[in-house]
Design a protein around this ligand. Structure first.
Ligand SMILES: Cc1ncc(COP(=O)(O)O)c(C=O)c1O
Length: 324
């Protein structure tokens, strides 16, 4: 198998995160090799199971990086209020980490998102403000209203805007995931493949892989219903967290060897099969990732390794796509 040594990436070293309470349980998630679902003669497919993080999502990695770095720099102080607008997963991670670090957290949320996300944020002590949607639709107009409200709140004294779409601490937070993958496979992998929303997880994981001396081919994947990266055309889809930005804020397209397109329904069917056949239980983006990883594995053939991510747990999606 190919093992290419890459240059280490400067400036992206993950901060030594505080190991307090549940924060100590972030990361070091399992890596599993898929079995029967991968055709004979294909490359190995390995999946990093990020649903094992405390809130069931890899967003915990960026939340602890963001808030602990901001505390260290003095950008925020214990007792202050962290503010973010969110569809729920990032808000749950920020609520969890804020609580442990002695910070308040206010989420600008909307009734367009699932009520279980509101409940999860509140369970971690967040104050959740609802920006009303028109008929439950997620639109750019709604997102803009949420953003403005979050910015106005964050301008008040004793408040801090988390900036999940701009802070360099997001990418830094994912670097340990790359180091963990390299460690689990002794640096022996050929392709790293994952879908992007902001691109923070892809870029940060690649930073960590390169820091560990591994420089795989990088492939991303997007839903056929919203092929933003391949065609620039937006469209309605239900794969949460991905294909949201025509220009994902953290993505450096020059690292991409390829962009794959997978139909949403195939991704959802893959999720259901993964649960039943492999015991891997993820959300829609996991289905997208595994479809692309298996396609790549078939093309590469035996003697190679493809790595992808199960970004979060399927428990977040009961009663909705892909488990409706
Ligand atoms: C379930 C899920 N998968 C994938 C992503 C994409 O991650 P990133 O924004 O780091 O590219 C997100 C981000 O919101 C997500 O919630």
């Amino acid at each position: 198998m190919m093992h290419v040594s890459g240059d280490s990436v400067g400036g992206a070293r993950g901060a030594a995160e505080p190991a307090i309470g549940g924060l100590a349980a972030i990361g070091r998630t399992p890596m599993v090799r898929l079995g029967a679902i991968v055709p004979d003669g294909a490359a190995e497919v390995w999946v990093k199971l990020e649903g094992g993080n405390p809130t069931g999502s890899y967003k915990d990695r960026m939340a602890v990086s963001l808030l602990s770095s901001a505390l260290r720099r003095g950008d925020v102080s214990p007792g202050d209020t962290v503010v973010e607008f969110t569809g729920g997963s990032t808000g749950t991670a920020l609520g969890f980490v804020a609580g442990v670090l002695g910070l308040q957290f206010t989420a600008v949320f909307s009734d367009a998102f699932s009520d279980s996300k509101r409940q999860a944020m509140e369970a971690f002590g967040a104050t959740v403000l609802i920006e009303p949607s028109v008929d439950g639709m997620i639109t750019t107009e709604l997102a803009e209203r949420m953003r403005r409200r979050a910015h106005a709140l964050a301008a008040q004294p004793g408040s801090f805007y988390a900036d999940q779409f701009g802070s360099p601490d997001v990418r830094r937070g994912y670097a340990p995931m790359g180091e963990e993958i390299a460690d689990a496979l002794d640096g022996d992998l050929d392709v790293f493949c994952t879908a992007v929303g902001t691109g923070g997880a892809l870029m940060g994981t690649l930073d960590g892989l390169r820091r560990a001396g591994v420089d795989p081919e990088v492939v991303t994947v997007e839903p056929a219903e919203a092929p933003l990266l391949t065609t620039g055309v937006s469209g309605a889809h239900h794969v949460e967290g991905v294909a949201v930005f025509p220009d994902p804020p953290f993505l450096d397209r020059s690292v991409l060897g390829d962009v794959r397109v997978v139909a949403q329904e195939r991704a959802f069917e893959m999720c259901r099969m993964l649960a039943r056949v492999e015991g891997v239980f993820g959300g829609g983006s996991t289905g997208l990732n595994v479809c692309a990883a298996i396609d790549l594995a078939v093309e590469l053939g035996a003697g190679h390794r493809v790595v992808t991510i199960s970004c979060d747990t399927g428990l977040k999606y009961l009663g909705e796509d892909p488990y409706a």
